[in-house]
Design a protein around this ligand. Structure first.
Ligand code: DC
Length: 234
């Protein structure tokens, strides 16, 4: 029997990955962070000197697609899935603001998307997967049994993001975080291929006023309802 697939899309720093991880833990599903794949590829390009201050040559980027092997491994100590680039753990490196600043244009390149989407679809073949990103409910799994679309107010998102960055030792102002989030949203929503969009059958969750626990409860009730309706095994 194929198990359900749960697709979570939404703007940057809306808590998609926190919710996706919590759902995966609660239901014993596999969690896949699709944004981590675009981030890891962006890091690869920077490491190779092919992406500098946002400048790159498209032909060189496409050529590199075959030299970047991106995978996830579960760390039993932290109980978290971590991102690997050519066998090296890059989980921390891909979360820096330098990567956040440069990832959107790279993720807008058609050839990059084709490759990442194919890998993501392969990971979801058996179902029992919760994947978060920008095009999961629209392109990667258009037939996902459950689709959620996350939103939160700009202020809340910026505050959450700055806490993350300060925890990592990055000194950045709230104003700069707001600007960078707005810029990334704009780029992700206005790119030609698979722009960030709410799937017509997605259910929106605004978590501005919700605690982590409350958003999980809400999501689980939506998921159970959908699965009951579809008579799937959760
Ligand atoms: O979810 P995130 O912030 O880690 O994603 C980083 C970038 O990757 C995001 O700005 C756009 C891109 N992305 C994408 O184009 N499609 C996805 N499914 C996931 C992320």
């Amino acid at each position: 029997m194929k198990y359900p697939t749960i697709a979570i899309d939404g703007y940057s720093s809306c808590g998609k990955s926190t919710l996706a991880k919590d759902i995966a833990n609660a239901l014993n599903y596999v969690y896949v962070d699709s944004g981590a794949m675009y981030r890891a590829f962006t890091l690869h390009l920077i490491n190779k000197g092919l992406l500098k201050d946002g400048a790159y040559l498209k032909s060189q980027v496409i050529e590199e697609l075959n030299s970047a092997e991106i995978s996830f491994r579960f760390n039993t100590e932290t109980q978290k899935s971590e991102t690997y680039l050519n066998g090296i753990n890059v989980e921390k490196d891909i979360r820096s603001s330098a990567i956040s600043r440069q990832v959107s244009p790279i993720s807008a390149i058609g050839e990059v998307r084709t490759k990442m989407v194919a890998i993501q679809q392969q990971m979801g073949l058996e179902g029992r997967v919760v994947m978060d990103g920008r095009d999961i409910g629209t392109v990667v799994f258009p037939n996902a049994e459950v689709k959620l679309f996350m939103t939160a107010s700009n202020d809340i998102r910026a505050q959450r993001r700055i806490i993350e960055l300060h925890d990592k030792g990055e000194q950045i102002t709230l104003d700069d975080v707001k600007k960078s989030l707005a810029q990334r949203d704009y780029q992700d929503m206005h790119r030609e291929i698979s722009p960030l969009q709410k799937a017509v059958d997605a259910i929106e969750i605004d978590n501005s006023e919700l605690t982590r626990d409350e958003q999980l409860k809400l999501a689980l009730s939506i998921i159970h309802q959908r699965i009951e309706t579809l008579q799937f095994t959760s």
